[in-house]
Design a protein around this ligand. Structure first.
Ligand SMILES: Nc1ncnc2c1ncn2[C@@H]1O[C@H](COP(=O)(O)OP(=O)(O)O)[C@@H](O)[C@H]1O
Ligand SMILES: [Mg+2]
Length: 264
C-alpha cells in the first residue's frame, strides 16, 4: 500500500495572528515493495540509494523487502517548537479540524493519497468524502478525549466500529495488553487511570483502529522513561507497517528514529 501526505505552502492565521507560514513537507510510505517497483537509479520514497540497492540481486527479493519493511517504509515526523509556536495547530490542520471545526485562515494545500486515491484535506470540497480512518489524533489532554466508563470499551470501540478483522485485532490487542499491563483487569474504569496511563489507553485504541496517519500531540508528557521505550518500539512497528506518524515534543526522545524534524 502506497501512502503519501503532501503539505504545500501551508500558512495559518488565527484572528490577526500569523501562526505559521509556508510549511512544505512530503511524507511517503510504501509497505509492499516488489523488485519491479524499484527504479534502478533511485527510490525516492524509500530513501534507498544506489549503494544499498547494489547489495541485492533479483534472487534476494525477499531479503530486500524484509530490509525495507524493517526500517524504511513508514514515515515519522517530529514537530518541535516552543509553547505557542503552532505544533498543535499544525496537527489540527492535517486532521482537517482547522478550519472545519476550529476557525482559522488557512492557505496552501494538504493532500493525502492512498494507492492512487486522493483525499484533499485542504482545500476541501465535500467534507463527507474524507475517509473515516485516514487519521487518528491523540490530544495533549486525555481527559477531553476518553468517552467510555470502562477500559475495554474505550480500547475496542474504534476497531469494532470499523469492523476490523477479528484475528488481526486480537493479536494486536494481546500485544498491547502485554506492553501496558494496567489496561488488563476486567471491568476496570477509565477514571481509575493516571494521566499518562490514559494517554497509553487512547494510543492503544488508535493502534487497534489502524489508521493511515497517527497524530500524537505531546505524547511523551506524563509518561515514564520505561513506557516511552515501549511506545518507541510500537511506533517503529507501526512505521514498518507503512504508517505516517507525527509527534510533537520538546525532548529528543524520538529524534534518532525520525525521518524528518520540523521546527516551528
Ligand atoms: N482556538 C484558538 N483560538 C485562538 N487562538 C488559538 C487557538 N488555538 C491556538 N491558538 C493560538 O495559536 C498559537 C499556537 O498554538 P498551539 O498550536 O496550541 O501551540 P503549541 O502546540 O506549539 O504550544 C498560540 O498563540 C495560541 O494561542
Ligand atoms: Mg500544543
Amino acid at each position: 500500500m502506497m501512502r503519501e501526505l503532501s503539505i504545500k505552502n501551508l500558512s495559518l492565521k488565527i484572528g490577526q495572528k500569523s501562526i505559521f507560514t509556508d510549511i512544505n513537507l512530503i511524507c511517503s510510505s510504501n509497505n509492499v515493495v516488489s523488485y519491479q517497483d524499484l527504479p534502478t537509479n533511485s527510490c525516492h520514497n524509500l530513501n534507498i540509494d544506489n549503494a544499498q540497492l547494489a547489495q541485492y540481486t533479483p534472487h534476494s527479493i525477499s531479503e530486500l523487502t524484509r530490509n525495507i519493511s524493517k526500517d524504511r517504509n513508514g514515515f515519522i515526523v517530529v514537530i518541535k517548537g516552543k509553547n505557542g509556536s503552532g505544533k498543535t495547530c499544525l496537527l489540527q490542520c492535517i486532521s482537517g479540524m482547522i478550519p472545519r471545526h476550529i476557525k482559522g485562515e488557512l492557505s496552501g494545500t494538504i493532500l493525502f493519497t492512498r494507492d492512487g486515491t486522493e483525499v484533499m484535506i485542504y482545500p476541501y470540497k465535500d467534507p463527507l468524502k474524507v475517509h473515516p480512518n485516514f487519521f487518528s489524533f491523540l490530544m495533549q489532554e486525555p481527559n477531553k478525549q476518553i468517552c467510555f466508563p470502562y477500559i475495554e470499551e474505550e480500547l475496542l470501540f474504534g476497531a469494532e466500529n470499523l469492523q476490523r478483522n477479528f484475528s488481526d485485532v486480537k493479536l494486536e490487542y494481546e500485544m498491547l495488553l502485554d506492553c501496558f499491563p494496567f489496561l488488563k483487569s476486567k471491568g476496570k474504569e477509565t477514571s481509575s487511570l493516571s494521566f499518562g496511563q490514559k494517554k497509553m489507553l487512547l494510543f492503544s485504541a488508535m493502534v487497534l483502529k489502524d489508521p493511515d496517519i497517527f497524530l500524537l500531540d505531546e505524547f511523551g508528557v506524563g509518561i515514564s522513561e520505561d513506557f516511552k521505550k515501549i511506545i518507541k518500539n510500537i511506533l517503529l512497528r507501526l512505521k514498518s507497517k507503512g504508517k505516517i506518524i507525527f509527534i510533537t515534543e520538546h525532548e529528543s526522545f524520538f529524534d534518532e528514529d525520525t525521518d524528518r524534524i520540523l521546527y516551528l
